[in-house]
Design a protein around this ligand. Structure first.
Ligand code: SF4
Length: 291
């Protein structure tokens, strides 16, 4: 039996039987899910994903304040954004690398891109000339559209802040770009809990958003042997998942991430936790040991 055959059944079962409802309120996806208007969901999805680093409880608290300041329609807030008038709304925001002016810059860039393209999806598609093949070049152009926006009204000396740059990692830098991959998963995948708003992009082109939880469990079940969490690891894990579902390889992301996050996998042998786990026959932590 190949490794992919050994993983197919437990992965599909995990995907099918996972209790998504029990975990959604603990996941960043809950923020864009609050909005029924698709344009709100798109802009809140991007802002949430950009800030989704570090401890979930800490960034969630900060994001709650930001969304409250943006009012009932964040998309309308961004479209009518006036830096001089609206910047004070973010005055109390303070999260690790990011300061209020980074949010002001986000709103200025998003406002101008929405004015030019109409939606974030169209902005993404403008940089996706091939509309097929690897997603990296299009994601690079999308991130660059924000990084190279005219932000002189925010950064008067013309030098953008480190915090703003941190919001938009570039694939060309070699990192996994987990937050932008997560944003794409939310927008593109057609099945719940994702939104399926960006219908012109195939889910087959997405890459796994690799955070520490997905990295750990992927290594345990043999999806990767790489030591560094980077773009190549995201490609390798996605390629192995594509052997199981080529049309939608990142569908396993939510369940794998939350299995590890919730303590249903401790990334080590544990008789109590591992006994019901479907991955036990293929798990490296149990290799060579009797069940
Ligand atoms: S067998 Fe245990 S360590 Fe391996 S994936 Fe399952 S829960 Fe995690």
């Amino acid at each position: 039996m190949t490794a992919a055959q050994g993983l197919r059944q437990p992965l599909e079962r995990l995907y099918r039987e996972f209790d998504y409802g029990a975990r959604i309120e603990l996941d960043a996806i809950r923020f864009p899910l609050r909005y029924t208007d698709l344009r709100d969901r798109e802009i809140v999805g991007l802002l949430t994903a950009c800030l989704a680093y570090g401890r979930v409880d800490l960034f969630s608290r900060q994001l709650e304040g930001v969304l409250a300041a943006m009012g009932p329609s964040p998309a309308e807030f961004v479209r009518g954004f006036d830096a001089r008038r609206d910047a004070p709304a973010f005055g109390s925001f303070w999260y690790r690398f990011n300061r209020p002016r980074d949010l002001v810059a986000f709103c200025v860039a998003a406002r101008d891109l929405l004015l030019r393209h109409g939606t974030l999806e169209k902005c993404f598609l403008a940089g996706d000339a091939a509309a097929a093949g690897p997603i990296g070049p299009a994601l690079e152009r999308f991130a660059r559209a924000f990084l190279e926006a005219d932000l002189r009204e925010v950064f008067v000396r013309g030098k953008i802040s480190r915090g703003y740059r941190h919001l938009f990692p570039l694939p060309s830098a070699g990192g996994p770009c987990k937050r932008l991959q997560l944003f794409l998963r939310w927008m593109v995948r057609r099945e719940s809990p994702d939104f399926g708003l960006w219908t012109s992009i195939s889910p087959a082109r997405l890459l796994m958003p690799i955070d520490t939880h997905v990295e750990n469990i992927s290594r345990s079940i043999g999806l990767t042997r790489r030591r560094s969490r980077n773009w190549k690891m995201a490609e390798e894990i996605t390629a192995r998942l594509a052997l199981i579902d080529a049309a939608d390889p990142v569908k396993f992301d939510f369940a794998l991430c939350h299995k590890r996050m919730s303590g249903d996998c401790l990334d080590r042998r544990d008789a109590r936790v591992c006994t019901p786990c479907g991955f036990k026959p293929v798990c490296l932590h149990w290799k060579g040991r009797r069940a």
